[in-house]
Design a protein around this ligand. Structure first.
Ligand code: ARG
Length: 461
């Protein structure tokens, strides 16, 4: 059998050069070059371990270290010549290393496969990116705390079914957002535990016959431990799915914040002022100021959930161990990281500039009979059963609707016509301030309670 001179991997095995389209079709270097620094990091640790068990000599190891650092500089400077002929990031770096240092470069892959190599690279990459996401989450949470502090006593309507329900404080509303992000952070650190396990040593699927020291490599790379099963190590992408699920929830939360900000900037709500720097105009309607940033974030939330579906479907029904399918894990993962980081950043940048239009919020809370429940609770305290109290208040609301007045604007005589148990202390609780101040239990909306919640949150952050 004659062999064809190609750059193809294990070219001796092949009698034909790869079809040009297949070469392009199967290559991943265009996108996986993003893992270059993790790939080098992994190779350095692998080489050190190989040296410790005398598979590489000290000189070969030094050559590898020097070669890889030169490659790292070339990549940083944008001078590295990425080639589709070398298929992926791993082969590109290895080929360049061999160019630079000769035969020692060819020895680096001893006891290793691209299968355990790529799994290691992705884990290193995600570990780093979770750090970046956490930084942005923290910035956003800090901005929320600052705004919540400023608006701890600002009254606004709270909604259920998007109908005015009960008065709340704006600070309390912002702290609800804060809580969602705290859970997001917890999910990321939980998933990090499973990300931070090292596949290297699994080689192609069955491990290797060299007396490798996986503990050493894991320590060098900062992994908590080497993985338990070689087959699972090269094929597991649960960690990437978990990460994308956590990211989907972050985006889902941002989409909810977005939706509210968009509603609140509309003329119909007019609860907040969004800084010009985060809005754009319309090409035809001169009066428009559109909340583009939250709209875009709301839109982008869809693609992260889409990425989650892609990864779930990618893994579904895959037999052990590694399959080329897994090359498709990278683009959804990278897109997820970029989208989450950018959206969090946009929100963290924008949040400090959001201004509450307190008068409008207050007026809206007054319009919706938001203290109706407070009146019912008042009647209960006077000895009336809650369901009967509910009836009485319903009648009072009808009168308010007919005469276009809030409950606090009805006269004492009018209120007493519904229940003789009402006396003039009722007006304290019919006022929005009284209503929110009375909800002072843990988790309540009272300004002082919100301030305590902010204090606790700040300490935790
Ligand atoms: N580019 C491949 C990937 O992303 C690397 C592993 C390739 N392994 C193989 N046996 N073809 O998954």
């Amino acid at each position: 059998m004659t062999t064809v001179n190609t750059n193809k991997l294990s070219s001796a095995r092949f009698a034909q050069a790869t079809d040009a389209f297949v070469e392009f079709f199967t290559a991943s270097v265009d996108f996986d070059q993003r893992l270059a620094f993790q790939d080098i990091q992994g190779s350095l640790a692998h080489a050190k371990m190989l040296t410790s068990i005398d598979i590489l000599t000290k000189n070969e190891y030094n050559d590898i270290v020097n070669g890889l650092s030169k490659i790292q500089l070339e990549i940083k400077a944008g001078e590295f010549n990425w080639s589709v002929k070398q298929e992926d990031v791993h082969m590109n770096i290895e080929a360049r290393l061999t160019d630079l240092i000769g035969v020692a470069g060819k020895k680096l892959h001893t006891g290793r496969s691209r299968n355990d190599q790529v799994a290691t690279d992705i884990r290193l990459y995600l570990r780093q990116e979770i750090g970046v996401i956490n930084q942005q989450l923290k910035r956003l949470q800090t901005a929320l705390l600052n705004l919540a502090e400023k608006e701890a006593a600002t009254i606004m309507p709270g909604f259920t079914h998007l109908q005015v329900a009960q008065p709340i404080t704006f600070g309390h509303h912002l702290m609800a957002w804060f809580e969602m992000l705290s859970r997001d952070k917890e999910r990321l650190s939980d998933c990090l535990k499973r990300i931070n396990v090292m596949p290297l040593g699994a080689a192609a699927l069955a491990g290797t016959s060299y007396p490798i020291n996986r503990q050493m490599t894991a320590e060098l790379l900062g992994f908590s431990r080497p993985s338990n099963n070689s087959l699972d190590s090269v094929s597991d992408r649960d960690f990437a799915i978990e990460f994308t699920a956590a990211a989907s929830l972050i985006m889902l939360h941002l989409s909810r914040f977005s939706e509210e900000l968009i509603l609140w900037t509309s003329a119909q709500f007019d609860f907040i002022d969004m800084p010009d720097a985060f809005c754009t105009g319309s090409s035809i309607m001169p009066q428009k100021k559109n909340p583009d940033v939250p709209e875009l974030v709301r839109g982008k939330s869809g693609r992260v959930t889409g990425n989650l579906m892609s990864l779930l479907m990618l893994m579904k029904s895959q037999p052990l161990a590694y399959n080329k399918d897994n090359q498709e894990d990278k683009e959804p993962l990278f897109d997820t990281v970029d989208t989450v980081v950018n959206c969090l950043r946009a929100f963290a940048d924008m949040m400090p500039h959001i201004k509450a239009k307190k008068d409008n919020m207050y007026k809206a809370a007054k319009q919706g009979f938001a203290t109706a429940t407070d009146l019912a609770d008042y009647l209960v305290r006077k000895g009336i059963a809650f369901r009967d109290a509910h009836e009485v208040v319903g009648l009072a609301v009808c009168l308010g609707l007919e005469t276009k007045r809030d409950l606090s604007e009805l006269s004492l005589t009018e209120l007493q016509s519904f229940s003789a148990d009402i006396s003039d202390d009722v007006f304290d609780i019919l006022k929005l301030e009284g209503s929110v101040a009375s909800r002072k239990h843990l988790g309540g909306t009272a300004p002082d309670t919100v301030r305590s919640a902010i204090k606790v949150a700040r300490e935790k952050l």
